[in-house]
Ligand binder design. Sequence first.
Ligand code: NAD
Length: 264
Amino acid sequence: MSEQGKSPRVALVTGAARGIGKGIALRLAADGLDVAVNDIEANTDQLKGVADEIAATGRRATTVVADVSDPDAVQSMVEQVAAELGQLNVMVANAGIANVKPLLESTPEEFDHLMSINLRGVYLCYTAAAKQMIKQGDGGKIIGAASIVAYRPFPLLGPYSASKWAVRGLTQAAAMEWAQHGITVNAYCPGIVGTAMWDYIDEKLAENEGLRKGAAIEKYSELIHLGRVSVPEDVASFVSYLASPDSDYMTGQSVMIDGGIQFS
Ligand code: NAD
């Protein structure tokens, strides 16, 4: 949707150096928003590349290096975006990690680390964004990364599944509390998206099942009605809708974009 003629809205996308986050950032820029992109320090160069791609489209772009599990860093990130781009209207809490192993082999430390990014990170981004939007007094769109495993477990993704299930609950709770401020809160639930994260999951699943690399993705692809795994743009087009006024009457939802995958 073109927003020409109006003061551009501003989006912040976390975990945007690559994969789904990058796809979302580029799509929101194409929709006419100015976009701040976030990732961890190790991905600074890739992050700058994404900001350059956005700037080349004529939209304003800025980069914020921050770990979303760190409360002070998340608060500073939101303040920096509001200071540099004037406001914050759309928060996309996309950053996440996966850990593939049987529950009985997972450690409490690995569990805590995963939760600190996938759940606490989303909570920190949701609340920091909501405070900023309430201060601005003009509503807003808060969007989180869940997954199809927020509805049913997938092999060897126990803690990951628990984190995404919790994002679904958090999204409903936040939607209820912040509706009075004109803020909608929704989440997207991708199926299999061909990114670095899925490459890692595929490799671990293949290892566990004694298959060659690539065999796990072929096996799970056969369960997708639409006959292919998705690309970041498939997810980004739905996030574009969630970020736009077209979705103003939708809140508290976690929606599957999975090509109709059937498993377990
Ligand atoms: P990805 O690994 O390709 O990209 C994730 C990005 O998040 C990376 O750039 C990474 O550096 C960044 N990140 C990780 N920890 C961070 C932190 N603490 N602070 C800031 N940034 C951090 O993954 P992706 O496939 O693009 O996944 C994006 C989101 O979508 C994740 O939340 C993921 O769980 C979810 N998801 C992915 C799939 C899939 O099949 N790929 C399916 C369902 C849900």
